[in-house]
Design a binder for this molecule. Structure first.
Ligand SMILES: Cc1cc2nc3c(=O)[nH]c(=O)nc-3n(C[C@H](O)[C@H](O)[C@H](O)COP(=O)(O)OP(=O)(O)OC[C@H]3O[C@@H](n4cnc5c(N)ncnc54)[C@H](O)[C@@H]3O)c2cc1C
Length: 567
């Protein structure tokens, strides 16, 4: 192959993914003097989960009532059910207030209570011992966070922003990350980026499930990139499901998980397809209070649908019709008008809900500097595993994107100092060849786009909120079969804008990541936090350790890692 195929770029710090973590990382690396490339497979600063998040950000700023990061840490550790990487969680909670104030200085405009002495308002969220979560406005927190960070990113001449560039592989030389190879889908051209330090800030994996709160680009790329580069993953079995994600009718521009706080606040009734309450059949009578816990709600809905008593789109009804109109308006505020615009009148109709994949607690295993076990390879945001253990507290994920992004950016800039620019023309060649070979493939056979849909269904069914050994074994076997088919899947066609080619790379990553989730879930024979085994109910103290996964030529290796605790 011609050594100069595609473009060849150089940078001190390469940041893969431009959500909250990537943008924060770019700002702090640029502040530290590094030249930065901040790239995204979609549009820089306008894709991924950050811009979709609409609720709360947890930080012990003590504006609403006295608070301390140690209380936040205690709640985070309790929620994580014995698996929290405590030093990482300490970083998360201790550094959170500084990020909240910095974002305030940058003009995010956290909601304020003027009557209460003009302080930042902090709301209560499940699992927190006090009012701790800041927000911007009804459903505007994520868009405001993204806009604020985009405005800061633009101020730095040493940040080069590149949209529509999908990193397909990280290039490693002698155990050191030295850059990446990417595909520019629009032109079909490969791009090589030599970098002194690289940050994976690609977010989570929930679009691997067919019921999810994600955008299409949250397919777990970063975990697969890391795994192939030799990085370790931890806690991959812990996928957080939200019990009453929106299912139908169509909801445009609103957070699919928004119903949960309203259900708690107002008492939303859960009904099956026969319009009958059903949670009492699963051990939790609601007695008119409608406060069944999230895990019970998830279980009851899944079982009711399996029994053929689902709502028309395969979920349960959530009804607020019994709530007086003024109370609905008082609780929903302007949201009620936005719902009306999309034809949802809560006084006259129920909506359909179903458990949806929402967040991933597992991810790349890092040390306190957010470096993986591969030199010069960092991770930030949802791509990092460990800080939330087996279960994440509300509001901790945006905090994690800010805090870990800032820290990883600083660390990567520091690591880049004093290093010479690597020449990766030779080491990038095999990865460039994967792009050119995949693009040249023609012929019949199952195509990657439909295989993604098949995989999503499989994961939802067998590696979803409730798992069994039998289902997990079925999933592991099916994933392995799909992996064997992958090299033969047709991707040929137009060079430019070949979505099937993009999906081939997406599927390659999804299969690698799906294997880690299913394998870890099969191995963990207990139920803890977000990992619920029907055949092993209840937490087993003997399982109080992280599962660590790495890959080599022989496949996946899974081992037990001590949970790091504060001394
Ligand atoms: C609907 C919704 C509501 C939420 N609400 C809240 C909330 O109220 N509070 C809270 O704390 N958390 C919430 N979360 C979770 C939180 O938003 C995320 O965990 C957090 O924003 C993740 O930030 P990130 O920067 O790590 O990843 P993201 O913001 O997801 O950004 C990752 C970026 O990486 C890019 N990318 C992926 N793969 C590649 C590749 N191969 N090459 C190049 N680019 C790539 C993606 O395009 C994306 O732009 C919510 C999530 C969702 C989906």
């Amino acid at each position: 192959m011609d050594q100069n195929v595609g473009q060849y770029l150089e940078t001190d710090v390469l940041i893969i993914g431009a959500g909250g973590a990537g943008m924060y990382g770019a700002i702090s690396a640029a502040k530290a003097g590094a030249n930065v490339i901040l790239l995204d497979k979609s549009i820089v600063g306008r894709s991924g989960a950050t811009i979709m998040a609409q609720m709360t950000v947890a930080a012990a700023i003590g504006e609403e009532e006295p608070d301390d990061w140690r209380f936040h840490l205690k709640d985070t550790i309790t929620a994580g059910r014995g698996l929290v990487d405590e030093p990482l969680a300490q970083i998360l909670c201790e550094m959170a207030p500084a990020r909240i104030w910095e974002m305030e200085d940058w003009g995010i405009g956290w909601a304020r209570s003027v009557a209460g002495g003009n302080h930042i308002t902090q709301a209560h969220a499940p699992g927190h011992d006090r009012n701790r979560c800041v927000y911007v406005d009804f459903l505007s927190t994520g868009p405001a966070s993204s806009r604020t960070l985009r405005n800061q990113v633009r101020k730095y001449d040493n940040i080069r922003r590149i949209s529509d560039l999908t990193v397909t592989d990280i290039v490693v030389e002698d155990g050191k990350a030295v850059g990446a190879v990417a595909l520019h889908l629009e032109s079909g051209e490969p791009v090589t980026i030599a970098a002194k330090a690289t940050i994976i800030a690609t977010g989570g994996l929930t679009s691997m499930y067919n019921r999810n709160s994600a955008s299409a680009n949250m397919g777990g790329d970063g975990f697969a990139l890391g795994l192939r580069a030799g990085a370790e993953l931890i806690d991959m079995e812990f996928v957080q499901f939200f019990p009453i994600g929106h299912l139908a009718p169509r909801l445009i521009g609103m957070d699919p998980i928004m119903w949960d706080p309203f259900r708690y606040k107002l008492g939303g009734r859960l009904l099956n397809g026969d319009m009958e309450e059903f949670t009492q059949n699963y051990g939790t009578a609601e007695d008119g209070k409608y406060v069944v816990t999230r895990d019970m709600a998830t279980y009851a809905i899944v079982k009711e649908v399996e029994a053929g008593r689902g709502s028309p789109h395969g979920g349960a009804w959530l009804s607020f019709e019994h709530i007086p109109k003024p109370d609905l308006r008082a609780a929903f505020g302007p949201v009620i008008d936005r719902l009306a615009k999309v034809g949802i009148d809560l006084t006259k109709m129920a909506i359909e809900v179903y458990p949806i994949a929402h967040y991933h607690m597992g991810g790349l295993r890092v040390n306190d500097s957010l470096t993986t076990n591969v030199s010069n390879l960092f991770a930030a945001g949802e791509a990092v595993g460990g800080a939330n253990g087996a279960n994440r507290l509300s509001g901790n994920a945006i905090t994690e994107a800010f805090v870990f992004g800032e820290l990883a950016g600083r660390g990567a800039a520091e690591a880049a100092k004093g290093q010479t620019m690597p020449d990766i023309h030779d080491s990038a060649r095999p990865y460039l060849e994967i792009i050119t070979n995949a693009g040249a493939r023609t012929g019949d056979g199952p195509n990657p786009t439909s295989a993604i849909t098949e995989l999503q269904k499989l994961l939802q069914q067998d590696v979803g909120p409730f798992r069994t050994g039998e289902g997990l074994q079925r999933a592991v076997a099916a994933i392995s079969e799909m992996q064997a088919e992958l090299p033969h899947m047709p991707t040929g066609g137009a060079i430019a804008f070949n979505q099937q080619l993009g999906d081939w790379f997406g599927l390659r990553n999804m299969l690698a990541v799906a294997e880690t989730i299913a394998t870890a879930a099969l191995a963990r024979t207990e139920s803890r936090g977000a990992h619920q085994r029907e055949d092993f109910p209840g937490l087993d103290e003997a399982w109080s350790y992280n599962q660590v996964i790495r890959a080599d030529g022989d496949g996946l290796h899974i081992s037990r890692g001590e949970v790091r605790q504060l001394s």
